[in-house]
Design a protein around this ligand. Structure first.
Ligand code: DAH
Length: 320
């Protein structure tokens, strides 16, 4: 900084010197001017350099884990620990990696969406009571923080339609944060994570879908699993199913202890049609389920509220 000040002083002096040009003999003025100008250019270049250097030194990288309670002594925790990935984000990486190894692309969902993607594009009839079942929040502008990752189905179908035109298939998973306006308790959060899956090809069927899902859950929990399905209802799939796994013994389960893990089904022809895909030529299946629940079972957690609590003792148990 001192260097910069000094240079600026020099520049001032030079500028003062330049005003004396009128006192210089006419035949010497050109030479005088050229000399001053050269000096000025050099100082200006040095000032630019010094300013750049000053910026490098002064702009420190932002440490988002830094202690921010300026009026309180810094707890030892902050001086001895670095931040780490949130357990849900760690597990989301695991989830998407399994799907990627199975050949799925990954698309991220959004945090704010609209009525069309939340309902219309998913074959929810106007004024159908199923719309109320999603306990959606709304902004004053009428936008919707998505209540499920299915809001991305229409976009994914449109974006990847070219894969069908080229003779391939659509195989995409969409992890995302979702929001529901419901009372919070040990098993319900207003903010949680889901992962959606979308598959479309000329020939595909429910058996393949169940195979993919079984494979996914077995990879995630690292063991063979018994699965079960029961009929469900979603306007965007026909038929619709609820997919369950038997809680493994190693995770405290007893025989016949089935847990519902996600909703799934064959994509409704209207959903394909709205995205410009001919349902007489192509078929698809889709599924969507909560990540929080998946992770809770893996780690034996009984209260979903831990995830959004910011409780450092909880988070430290997962620190990498
Ligand atoms: N979006 C549904 C929910 O949050 C879950 C779901 C059901 C997703 C069926 C799907 C599906 O893709 O095909 O309740």
């Amino acid at each position: 900084m001192q260097e910069l000040e000094k240079l600026k002083q020099e520049l001032k002096k030079l500028n003062a010197e330049a005003t004396k040009i009128r006192e210089v003999a006419v035949e010497k003025r050109a030479k005088f001017g050229r000399k001053l100008n050269a000096q000025k250019q050099e100082i200006l270049a040095r000032i630019t350099e010094a300013e750049k250097r000053a910026l490098d030194v002064e702009v420190l990288p932002l440490d988002v884990t830094a202690w921010s309670g300026v009026n309180e002594p810094m707890p030892e925790l902050y001086t001895t620990l670095q931040g780490s990935k949130h357990p849900l984000m760690m597990e989301l990486d695991r989830v998407t990696e399994i799907y990627q190894l199975m050949g799925f692309e990954v698309e991220e969902s959004r945090q704010l969406d609209d009525e069309f993607h939340m309902f219309d594009s998913l074959n929810f009839a106007k004024d159908h009571p199923a719309r109320d079942g999603y306990d959606t929040f709304r902004t004053e502008e009428g936008l919707i923080p998505p209540a499920h990752t299915s809001t991305m189905q229409h976009r994914v179908l449109k974006k990847y339609k070219k894969c069908l035109d080229e003779g391939g298939q659509i195989a995409v998973v969409v992890p995302g944060r979702v929001y529901r306006n419901e009372d919070v308790d040990a098993t319900h959060e207003h903010t949680f994570y889901q992962c959606e899956g979308v598959y479309v090809s000329k020939e595909c069927n429910m058996g393949q879908m169940l195979g993919i899902l079984k494979e996914f859950f077995e990879k995630y929990y690292g063991q063979k699993l018994n699965i079960r399905t029961q009929p469900g209802y979603f306007p965007f799939t026909e038929p619709s199913l609820e997919f369950m796994i038997e809680k493994p013994k190693s995770l405290g389960g007893k025989k016949g202890d089935f847990l519902e893990m996600l909703g799934c089904g064959m994509i409704h022809p209207n959903v394909l049609r709205m995205a410009g895909i001919d349902p007489s030529e192509y078929h698809g299946f889709a599924w969507g389920g909560g990540i929080d629940r998946l992770v809770m079972l893996r780690y034996g957690l009984s209260d979903v509220r831990h995830f959004e609590s910011g409780n450092l003792n909880f988070l430290r148990e997962f620190g990498q």
